[in-house]
Ligand binder design. Structure first.
Ligand code: SF4
Length: 243
């Protein structure tokens, strides 16, 4: 299939088909950060910057026990929080952010996590992507937050030509109907982790391969089969029956 000069309705129809096909293949796709409440989700998403979800899930049970809510962070020092998250990237900055976040939430929201993306993004240590992920999971605003996987896949799939998350999100929101945003985000993240890796995407086993222009992807050439020593010996013998 060629993807040159796709009209907007064609691009939109293809984007919907991609999300539907991914959904059929991975109906279980969901956020992989363990959490039991909006507060725990907010903490986990902040901690996940520059860290894997698996590592975050390893530290959060003890962290939530030591600091159950915003008031506990507000009373703590960053050093006390650091001790629980040392295995994560940027742990010093994250500890400072969580303490500042606890204090701000108490001061401005009575310790309750706000639902809207705008209110979340105004909190210390909460960027637009984190605000979008949390808001859409706790029944706030619909969003299509762009993390590193969504960014990579959106470009490879030809949904955007932008590099900046906010511009990519705008393109995705224009391509897909609102009711697809939530699951679309989860599916692109799952697919990015399992098949469309940053290095060496596995296009040969990708369920949307025929819908994907693979923009910027350098597919590896299949390796030439190497002859075994026995095969080399046989090949070097002159054919029988000739003199
Ligand atoms: S075909 Fe390849 S580049 Fe396109 S989404 Fe699938 S794995 Fe990624």
């Amino acid at each position: 299939m060629r993807f040159v000069r796709e009209t907007k309705p064609q691009a939109s129809a293809r984007a919907v088909a991609v999300i539907d096909r991914l959904d059929a293949a991975m109906p279980e796709a969901k956020i992989e950060l363990d959490h039991q409440s909006p507060w725990q989700l907010l903490v986990a998403v902040i901690l996940s910057a520059q860290s894997t979800d698996r590592r975050v899930n390893l530290v959060t049970p003890a962290l939530h026990e030591a600091f159950p809510g915003p008031a506990d962070y507000a009373r703590a020092t960053p050093q006390q929080v650091e001790a629980h998250i040392k295995t994560l990237g940027l742990f010093r900055n994250k500890a400072k952010s969580l303490v500042a976040l606890g204090r701000e939430l108490l001061a401005t929201h009575q310790g309750v996590v706000p639902r809207t993306r705008a209110a979340l993004a105004a909190l210390p240590g909460v960027g637009n992507k984190t605000a979008g992920v949390v808001s859409m999971h706790i029944g706030g605003d619909r969003a299509f937050p762009v993390d590193t996987h969504v960014m990579r896949l959106s470009n490879r799939l030809g949904f955007t030509r932008h590099e900046k998350p906010d511009a990519i999100e705008e393109d995705l929101r224009a391509l897909l109907p609102e009711e697809k945003w939530f699951q679309g985000h989860q599916l692109l993240v799952w697919h990015g982790r399992r098949v469309c890796h940053a290095q060496g995407p596995e296009c040969h086993r990708c369920v949307v391969a025929e819908l994907c222009p693979k923009r910027g992807v350098k597919l590896k050439k299949p390796k030439k089969a190497r002859a075994t020593p026995t095969a080399r010996r046989l090949l070097s013998r002159p054919p029988r029956g000739r003199s």
